[in-house]
Design a protein around this ligand. Sequence first.
Ligand SMILES: Nc1nc2c(ncn2[C@@H]2O[C@H](COP(=O)(O)OP(=O)(O)OP(=O)(O)O)[C@@H](O)[C@H]2O)c(=O)[nH]1
Ligand SMILES: [Mg+2]
Ligand SMILES: [Zn+2]
Length: 293
Amino acid sequence: MQLIGTIVKGIGGFYYVEAADSVYECKARGIFRKEKISPLVGDCVEITVNDNSKGTIDIIKPRKSELIRPPIANVDKIFIVASIVEPMPNTSVIDMMTAIAMHKGIEPSIIISKSDLSDIGWLYDIYTTTGLDVFCVSPVTGEGIDAVREALRDHISAFTGNSGVGKSTLLNGLDKGLGLNTGEISEKLGRGRHTTRHVELFKINGGYVADTPGFTSIDIENGDFISKDELPFCFNEFLPYLGKCRFSSCAHINDMGCKIVEAVENRIISKSRHENYTSMYNSVKNIKSWQLD
Ligand SMILES: Nc1nc2c(ncn2[C@@H]2O[C@H](COP(=O)(O)OP(=O)(O)OP(=O)(O)O)[C@@H](O)[C@H]2O)c(=O)[nH]1
Ligand SMILES: [Mg+2]
Ligand SMILES: [Zn+2]
């Protein structure tokens, strides 16, 4: 029997493919190894299922997008989860993530978690100026859960963010049946660091969402390099101003006649976002793409 499905999990050389409302344990054909292609969670695949309900992946359909960390294909939306208390949010990491997502043509959104524990105002104020979707959630009070569930509808999405921000807790809140492991944040006890160990897609509201292990540091990998000319296009709230500055070579840092700098002065664009743009710009401006190879 031949079916088309989605890889929802990959462990120890086996891929679990959801197709026609069942999940099949599959092996990849040897040809992929020869061609140095590895199937990814999120891949749309054609499989052949034998009498024992075991399958073989025959074809991997072309990918719409590909993330390196977390490793997932065909993601439509990235939800960057930032906790308002420990682990404290780092806006430069958030802004790098939103830029990388935009660069890959994936829609970024911000989830501010643990809204029951502290006032989320300052972080909300920064991100509400970006034009991106911002959700404030707490699985404890139930705030924001329905809004996130609605945003997941019919898409492949990924939750990303530091270990301990509450990605798995939020998923449990979205679907009470999941029962994912969550961890206390306690370095002394040595628990709560990377409670989630592998990437897995869960079906919610007709879409798939990935729970992913939190990152502790963020490296710009080769595929994630954004050149200085592309960078302004990776800041959503800059888009309406691009092409309108006095000089066509405007770097939008402190240039004369810059419409973006003007919008920062008028508090239409957040100062924090512009500062993080400036440091990203300064770190890439002297790198040529041939230096990355
Ligand atoms: N009060 C409160 N606690 C929360 C909330 N969300 C998560 N927590 C707690 O924060 C801790 C970490 O949550 P996890 O869901 O394991 O975090 P994670 O992002 O999945 O972490 P990794 O899997 O390690 O990447 C747990 O003790 C949760 O109970 C929230 O909205 N409010
Ligand atoms: Mg987790
Ligand atoms: Zn400018």
